[in-house]
Write a protein that binds this ligand. Structure first.
Ligand SMILES: Cc1ncc(COP(=O)(O)O)c(C=O)c1O
Length: 480
């Protein structure tokens, strides 16, 4: 259609701009989640004034069709058209031993197959790649490192990187002692060390449900028992369920994503996180917070790590650069609080140290400011990808499907309905060159067989949209 505004028409100019934007939406020229042309660009194109376009955009915002994002412009919304959220689930209140290995292995195999559409892998950095920046930084580091490049690093990590992290936690008012901070091989090793510090085989660990399968597998490998606490799709675990579980069981520790959850993408507000810490510390129960997705929030501010609210030192923080810079570098960290001495001992016993060159490179990357600049871009890309994915899912899925509305991170959780088997869909999709993650592996008690997790942490393109359509077409074959 031609972008023409007529000054002779009865409607005001701004009303014609509104009409035009609505037509662009109806035709699919402008898709949910997409940015509207800037005020200046639109004004130039339509040969009207900037205030006229601004008034039109503000009216569309008031009508709920678009949203203004600070310093980014106006975006087409999907919220009014979103499918229903996943329902609250009923779970067994008994802790269980875990066994999920075979399916998890199949999921990992699928992720690494060449040329699949990788909805099954949660690597958000792919949406705003860091490879070139990191390669440049690493070349500089190698030229400075000399023979240190082939030496062991310190057990608890590269001191300048630790300094950078300590400085970043200060922004949240968290004073981290150098002794209690241990650099690890990714968050996974941080979680392993944290669990080893606080629990022994047979102990009960509360996890959120659905829960990232790496944690379920870790609990299994350490001989611990998992007790699932249901997760609210909006703001993290249901505190009333947790409170009841604390009365009923001798829980040694909780492992929760305290900011943004994987696989649902829920975001726990600071007030709830503070209450959670108070509740657990009143029962002398340790909280192991998994904060790998905290920096990938879509709202204006990042959630404060639970560490900030600890009064008794019973919060251990696990995080990494895997979701924000490069999972391949395997650099994470643990704030071990009063378990610092044990944490350093376990680090020494498990892996001696973390790659010095990788730590050094990330340290320079953070210090140069490039890390934060890319993080900002990454958040924007992920947020826009999420909107695109929700829009595509709406076209592809049956009406009864329920889809989460992630408030950060790179994954979305879909309840297909009780008639569907996600393990069947996983296998069918793979035969058609698409990897997905079946919901089954996000529970220790065989829940979520009717759910799937998809990643939008990808460079968005038409192939992904076609793959979502194809998933929808495969669904009738994935009935139980
Ligand atoms: C919620 C969650 N925790 C921990 C990890 C492990 O992170 P890392 O790659 O830093 O070991 C992941 C990785 O996918 C994750 O999604």
């Amino acid at each position: 259609m031609s972008l023409v505004i007529s000054k002779g028409k009865q409607e005001f100019l701004y009303q014609q701009v509104i009409q035009l934007v609505r037509e662009l939406c109806d035709q699919g020229t402008l898709l949910p989640g997409e940015k509207l042309p800037s005020l200046r660009k639109m004004a130039d194109k339509l040969k009207v004034s900037i205030p006229t376009v601004k008034l039109a955009y503000q009216t569309l915002e008031a009508q709920g069709l678009v949203e203004a994002r600070e310093k980014s412009g106006y975006f087409l919304k999907t919220a009014t058209m979103q499918p229903a959220r996943p329902k609250r689930v009923r779970l067994s209140r008994e802790p269980v031993s875990v066994n999920m290995q075979v399916l998890i292995e199949q999921v990992y195999d699928a992720i690494h197959q060449a040329d699949v559409v990788p909805f099954g892998i949660a690597n958000p950095v792919a949406a705003a790649p860091t490879d070139k920046m990191l390669a440049r930084t690493m070349r500089r580091v190698m030229s400075m490192a000399g023979s240190r490049a082939i030496n062991y690093g310190a057990i608890d990590g590269y001191a300048p990187l630790k300094k950078q992290l300590i400085r970043r936690y200060l922004d949240f008012g968290i004073g981290v002692d150098n002794q209690e901070l241990v650099i690890t091989n990714g968050a996974q090793e941080a979680l392993t060390i944290a669990l080893k510090c606080v629990a022994k085989a047979g102990d009960i660990i509360a996890i959120e449900s659905p829960c990232y399968f790496g944690i379920i597998e870790l609990i299994e490998s350490l001989g611990l028992k998992a007790l699932e606490i249901p997760l609210c799709p909006d703001d993290g675990i249901w505190l009333d369920d947790l409170s009841q579980a604390l009365q009923e069981h001798d829980i040694k520790a909780c492992v929760f994503s305290t900011t943004i959850n994987n696989p649902v993408g829920s975001f726990m507000p600071d007030s709830k996180r503070k209450y959670l810490v108070e509740l657990l510390e009143s029962h002398n129960v340790v909280l192991i917070e998994d904060d790998v997705y905290g920096d990938l929030h879509f709202g204006d501010t990042r959630g404060t790590p639970a560490q900030a609210y600890s009064k008794k030192g019973l919060v251990l923080t696990c995080a990494s650069f895997s979701k924000t810079a490069a999972p391949s570098y395997r650099v994470g960290w643990l704030i071990a609080g009063k378990f610092a001495a044990q944490a350093r001992r376990y680090k020494r016993a498990f892996s001696c140290s973390t790659s010095l060159i990788n730590q050094w490179t990330l340290c320079e990357f953070v210090a140069s400011g490039e890390y934060d600049r890319n993080l900002k871009l990454l958040r924007q890309k992920l947020r826009s990808n999420k909107e695109r994915m929700i829009w595509c899912l709406q076209q592809a899925l049956p009406k009864a499907a329920r889809v989460s509305d992630p408030q950060g991170g790179c994954v979305i959780w879909i309840d297909l309905g009780k008639d569907y088997d996600s393990v069947k869909l996983f296998q069918l999709a793979l035969e058609h060159g698409i990897s997905i993650t079946p919901g089954y592996i996000f529970s220790a008690t065989n829940k979520y067989r009717n759910c799937i997790r998809l990643s939008y942490g990808l460079p968005w393109n038409e192939r992904l949209e076609l793959a979502i359509t194809q998933l929808g077409q495969l669904l009738p074959l994935a009935k139980k």
